[in-house]
Write a protein that binds this ligand. Structure first.
Ligand SMILES: [Zn+2]
Ligand SMILES: [Zn+2]
Ligand SMILES: [Zn+2]
Length: 169
């Protein structure tokens, strides 16, 4: 058997899957990336990354803050933003601009990958699509217009395989 018809196995994980494993895998990979980049995954950075990985739904900075402070902690918003910046700079987390929220990178350690995001309007699950042909097509179309790409992040909204669109709004 070759790869499944649904593409990347973790694209849209089933509701009720063993998410603790996604989180522990992500933290393990993040630590490997940090080690190879010789940067430190400090306690606060690790906790923020863990909060981002609480689900496959992008999470806002203030949700992360209240989660970290739930047990009576006194983390300041600035610490969250600094940690998020570190995580983004090192390719561990992406910002979803249309939601002003953050999602764990599904391709940690792969430098310079272009990211396309599929955002479910019903459950909020956001999957990262890593389409090389799409990237090439975009680069070519942009180059034809004499434009140089600085960063390219595409956000696509719709419905994931586990959610059925209920009519049109
Ligand atoms: Zn999961
Ligand atoms: Zn990514
Ligand atoms: Zn969905």
């Amino acid at each position: 058997m070759t790869s499944s018809a649904h593409g990347h196995p973790s694209a849209f994980p089933k509701p009720g899957h063993n998410h603790a494993r996604c989180t522990s895998d992500a933290l393990r990979r993040a630590e490997a990336v940090c080690a190879s980049r010789k940067v430190r995954l400090t306690e606060i950075r690790r906790r923020v990354l863990e909060a981002v990985w609480q689900s496959h739904v992008p999470v806002g900075a203030y949700d992360i803050l209240s989660q970290l402070n739930a047990g009576g902690g006194r983390t300041a918003p600035m610490q969250i933003y600094r940690a998020l910046e570190f995580l983004m700079d090192n390719g561990l987390v992406h910002r979803i601009a249309s939601l002003n929220a953050f999602i764990g990178c599904a391709h940690m350690g792969e430098d310079n990958h272009a990211a396309q995001f599929l955002i479910c309007r019903s459950c909020g699950t956001t999957a990262e699509l890593e389409s090389a042909p799409l990237k090439r097509a975009l680069i070519q179309a942009v180059a034809e217009r004499g434009f140089t790409i600085d960063s390219q992040i595409v956000e696509i909204s719709g419905f994931c395989p586990h959610c059925t669109p209920k009519g049109r709004t």
